[in-house]
Design a protein around this ligand. Structure first.
Ligand SMILES: N[C@@H](CCC(=O)N[C@@H](CS)C(=O)NCC(=O)O)C(=O)O
Length: 208
């Protein structure tokens, strides 16, 4: 099995599952600054030209959360997919919420602060995206108020997605005022199988 993409990209989402499951998987770096993701060899794996992408024999899975689901479904013994229909629905609900309502404003911030070429960044969108994200974080803070896990009463794929997405929100300076989410994030990253945080992954890249 090969996973294309390294920390601190969204490859952190499937890497968290790989660590938790203790499975063998080669992690293959794709040099984004050098444009390797737009070369024919990588576009043949993911025509969207984005990491992460998982290749497991003949099966190719792209989309970081879909890869998390794939790994969890391949290893049902770990119990990361809830067995009750209601709990599975709750897991799906929050995974979509995290990948759309919370992640997309974070992505807008990243695009307009660091990723688009300087002349193409729209500074005015940053406060809008910050506000949009904080509104949705407030919804998630309320959901998590009296519960340990995102869906049902045990850890699921939604937690491994939530922790990475909230770490990103923290990096964007948007977690102040959400004490429950802060505490939940610390609990998740205290797990022995937790991957590096985004901050640690950037530091490791800078260090060599
Ligand atoms: N929805 C996709 C987004 C993937 C994505 O945008 N990955 C970034 C790195 S974190 C990337 O490959 N960017 C290169 C590009 O967009 O050109 C996922 O969750 O896998």
């Amino acid at each position: 099995m090969k996973l294309y993409g390294i920390p601190p990209t969204r490859a952190l989402r499937p890497i968290w599952l790989i660590n938790e499951l203790g499975i063998d998987c080669e992690i293959v770096a794709v040099d984004l600054p050098a444009g390797a993701h737009q070369q024919p060899a990588f576009l043949a794996i993911n025509p969207a030209g984005k990491v992460p992408a998982l290749v497991d024999g003949d099966i190719v899975v792209t989309e970081s959360v879909a890869i998390q689901y794939y790994l969890a479904e391949k290893h049902p013994e770990a119990g990361f997919i809830p067995s009750a229909l209601a709990d599975r629905a709750e897991m799906h609900r929050w995974n979509f919420f995290l990948a759309t309502d919370i992640e997309q404003p974070l992505w807008r911030i990243a695009l307009n602060t660091a990723i688009y070429p300087e002349g193409e960044r729209v500074a005015a969108d940053i406060p809008n995206a910050q506000r949009d994200c904080r509104r949705m974080l407030a919804v998630f803070e309320k959901h998590m108020q009296d519960r340990a896990w995102v869906a049902g009463n045990r850890i699921s794929v939604a937690d491994f997605n939530a922790a990475y997405t909230l770490d990103w929100a923290g990096e964007a300076g948007l977690l102040d005022g959400f004490p429950r989410l802060g505490a939940y994030l610390r609990t998740m990253y205290a797990r022995p199988a937790a991957p590096p945080t985004i901050k640690a992954a950037f530091a490791a890249l800078r260090g060599g």
